[in-house]
Design a protein around this ligand. Structure first.
Ligand SMILES: Cc1cc2nc3c(=O)[nH]c(=O)nc-3n(C[C@H](O)[C@H](O)[C@H](O)COP(=O)(O)O)c2cc1C
Length: 179
C-alpha cells in the first residue's frame, strides 16, 4: 500500500509543534528561519535536534559555522514566526535582537539555547541537525505553538499566567491601600 502524501501532511499538521527561530551568524551577519521541527534529544550530554529542508539557506550556513542558536517563540510572536518564514524579507532588520554567545538572539523569545553542531543526518528531503546545548535560558512566558496550520498556545499555561497577573494586581492594590 502506498501512503497518500496529503493524508500524511494533514495528519502531521494536527500534531502540536513548538515554534522556534533557529539562527546562526557568518562574518557577524545574522541569519535565521522559523523551525517547528525542534525536539529534545538527550540529557547526558544535553542535546536537541532540529530538522531543516535540504534547500534551506540557513542549513547551508549552519553546516559551515557548526554553531546555532534557538529562540523558542513566546505566545504572541506569531508575526515573528511568519517574518522568519518569508522569503526575501528583511528578517533581522524588522526584529529586535542582539548577539548572545556569538549567535543572534531575539529580544522577546520565551527561551534561548546555544548549540554546537554534533552531527547532520540526512532524512529524506530534510537534514536532521543534532546539537549539543552549551548554554540555555528560560522565561516563564507561555510558548507559541502550531497545530492545524494555526498559531496558539497551551491553554492551561495561559490560565495560569492570567491567574498570576490577577494575583499580582491584587497585591499591588492591597499595597496601595496600606500606604
Ligand atoms: C510555523 C512554521 C514552521 C516551520 N517549520 C520548519 C521546519 O521545521 N523546518 C524547515 O526547514 N522549515 C520550516 N518552516 C519553513 C521555513 O521557515 C521557510 O522555508 C524559510 O523561508 C526558510 O528560510 P531559509 O531558506 O532562509 O533557511 C516553517 C515555517 C513556518 C511558518
Amino acid at each position: 500500500m502506498t501512503l497518500d502524501i496529503q493524508r500524511f501532511r494533514d495528519l502531521m499538521a494536527g500534531v502540536c509543534a513548538p515554534v522556534t527561530v533557529v539562527t546562526t551568524s557568518e562574518a557577524e551577519i545574522p541569519y535565521g528561519a522559523t523551525v517547528s521541527a525542534f525536539a529534545s534529544l538527550s540529557l547526558s550530554p544535553p542535546m536537541i535536534s532540529v530538522a531543516l529542508g535540504q534547500g534551506s539557506q540557513l542549513l547551508a550556513r549552519i553546516l559551515r559555522t557548526e554553531r546555532f542558536g534557538i529562540n523558542v517563540l513566546e505566545k504572541s510572536q506569531e508575526e515573528t514566526a511568519r517574518l522568519f518564514a518569508a522569503r526575501g524579507a528583511d528578517r533581522f532588520g524588522q526584529s529586535t535582537w542582539a548577539f548572545d554567545h556569538g549567535m543572534p538572539r531575539l529580544a522577546a523569545a520565551a527561551s534561548w539555547l546555544v548549540c554546537s553542531l554534533a552531527q547532520a543526518v540526512e532524512g529524506g528531503d530534510h537534514m536532521l541537525l543534532l546539537g549539543v546545548v552549551t548554554d540555555a535560558e528560560k522565561t516563564a512566558a507561555p510558548p507559541l505553538v502550531y497545530s492545524e496550520r494555526l498559531f496558539g498556545t497551551h491553554s492551561v499555561l495561559l490560565e495560569r499566567e492570567t491567574e498570576r497577573k490577577k494575583k499580582a494586581k491584587r497585591l499591588t492594590l492591597l499595597g496601595g491601600d496600606m500606604q
